[in-house]
Ligand binder design. Sequence first.
Ligand SMILES: [Fe+2]
Length: 381
Amino acid sequence: MTEDGILGGKNREVVLGAKGLDAPLKDGSSAYFNYFWLRDNCPSSFDSQTRERVFDIFHAAQEPAAESARIVGDALEIVWRADGHVTRHDLEWLASYGKGATRADPADLPRRLWHADHYAAMARFSQPALVADAALVAKWIEAMLVEGVAILEDMPDSDEGLTQTAKLIGHVRPTFFGEYFDVKTHINPTNLAYTAKALELHTDTPAEDMAPGVQFLHCRANSVAGGESLFLDGAAVAADLRRERPDDFALLTQTEIPYYCEHDAYDVRSRQRVIELDRHGEVCGVTISQHMADVFDLPQRFLDDYYPAFRRFGRMMQSDKYLMRFRLRAGECIVFDNHRIVHGRASYTAESGDRHLRGCYTDRGEMRSAYRVLTGKGRFA
Ligand SMILES: [Fe+2]
């Protein structure tokens, strides 16, 4: 190659326009790039130590425009009109943004939907092994991203054991109940979970603006009669609803309904869609809680359609096709995506033994961050 812009007979000229330029790429194609974007993302815009952007386009006196530009080796070199600053962009890096495609995300893994028979196949990890091996933590997070649930075994029988485990994938994220909760029978219960009654299928604290992403339930004791854990993949049920009842699906994905949690010292309210879609339009989760659904303040004639759809979806979730029933054992901790996995509990006999689950939450975004760090090279590597 020569510096005059000829490579393998292909034209390597950069064509300057009014708002951007057309640059020849290494595969022989060319792509258009906007001047603001090229200047804003000059490698010199990023501090090598903090890795944050230090160039501030708001401080530029003029809109950026190229005085000249050419291909030098594997880079596009631009001299800027305003101040003579020189930007060099790697051509391969440019190509990855040339078509306007969303940046690839290692944590954006396709979900694998599961049904009632998932228990035997559920991802299992030994907690001490996770503490010792970051590669195993990546496998655990992968299971959380793909299947939304995993069981951790050999948990230390201590409060600190749960904290240590949660910190492997994030920070403990408080809700209006505090940082941790203990599910056992209470004398003056403020929540159905603190009684021995059956706990209907639900996702946790939908009354919060942003319901917690990942839930940990550490089983410290479980010797009661009854009290089986009930879990299902809300995304699997919603995917079936989409096929079988598209009108119901549309109502449940488009309508925000009110949720509440109110007692003497709090009055928490939010509006949520029962079925959530991700940026690909795929079902990513559900928000269900009959005990925290507020009085639907929607037009009564709209409810003529909404309520039947809502009820049909709720009844689908009770089907044996989806519902995984099992007994959580002392020393196990089930970890699940609180926006996707719906959970509940069969009733138990309070006097028949001890039952104690200690729980907390972490954030899904922080879990994805941990996965990228553990599996990817990173932009600044
Ligand atoms: Fe719950």
